[in-house]
Design a protein around this ligand. Structure first.
Ligand code: URA
Length: 270
């Protein structure tokens, strides 16, 4: 079902034995250690590639973790750093968002499309099938809109506002504004942080209530907690999740750890 370029492993360049060692290490410890990998250009010897923490593995077919390349790890290091100021946080987040959008688009179906080049030869190519739209989960998801617009000119973007109900402590839908014909579109759902998964789960329900088929939804996310990603992937096995990184877990305040703090605050107000 998946092409080779969509290797389900977040560690495409790790030998299988390394993955097995990692899995057995994970299984034998109550407090799992963060997986690490030697990061650097392929042509360099391992001794010249520093060890860096990479994404935790998750065995769900519908969760796609971006390849843990030196570039991605460097960008994530920048935005995770508490000493990174707002301008750098925005710049480097935008670069990761762009990677997520580009990868997300690879998950949309294409049709055969043959064209003629200026030198009179034909080229057998493809073009995207169908219409798309974005839906951002406010407020942090709105930060991902620009990256989507850069790749998909004049794309329609809807919004959903979900917040914690102070009385019930459960997520509550406060506002939504979605394209009228959303049921006929592929939807790229945008939220940079997937913590418990409550908002994302509710957002998918809103889309389904508007007639969007589950398998027409693509959830783009920067950092997910393992529990949030697992919960989401199991509840909506047909929704594809494209994430840059699955972190170690959640703290007592439901912040992702090691995480990057409050994404919306760092992008908009800090
Ligand atoms: N939202 C954030 O901005 N950060 C977290 O760690 C979790 C949710």
């Amino acid at each position: 079902m998946h092409s080779k370029s969509h290797n389900l492993s977040p560690f495409p360049s790790l030998p299988h034995s390394a993955l097995e060692t990692f899995s057995s290490t994970m299984a034998s410890q109550t407090q799992p250690e963060a997986p690490s990998k030697n990061v650097g250009p392929e042509y360099r010897p391992t001794t010249q590639k520093p060890l860096a923490t990479v994404s935790t593995a998750l065995k769900h077919e519908n969760v796609h973790v971006l390849p843990q390349t030196p570039q991605l790890i460097a960008l994530l290091t920048m935005i995770r750093d508490k000493n990174t100021g707002r301008a750098d946080f925005i710049f480097h987040s935008n670069r990761i968002i762009r990677l997520l959008v580009e990868e997300g688009l690879n998950h949309l179906p294409v049709l055969e499309h043959t064209i003629t080049t200026p030198v009179g030869r034909t080229y057998a190519g493809v073009k995207f099938e169908g219409k798309i739209c974005g839906v951002s989960i406010m407020r942090a998801g709105e930060a991902m809109e620009q990256g989507l617009r850069e790749c998909c000119r004049s794309v329609r973007i809807g919004k959903i506002l979900i917040q914690r109900d102070e009385e019930t402590a459960k997520p509550k839908l406060y506002y939504d504004k979605l394209p009228e014909d959303i049921a006929t579109r592929w939807v790229l759902l945008l939220d940079p942080m997937l913590a418990t998964g409550g908002s994302a789960l509710m957002a998918v329900q809103v889309l389904k209530d508007r007639g969007v088929p589950e398998d027409h939804i693509l959830f783009l996310n920067l950092i997910a907690s393992p529990e949030g990603a697992k919960n989401f992937a199991e509840q909506y096995p047909k929704v594809r999740v494209v994430t840059a990184f699955i972190d170690m877990g959640l703290n007592e305040k439901n912040y992702i750890v090691p995480g990057l703090g409050d994404f919306g605050d760092r992008f908009y107000t800090m």
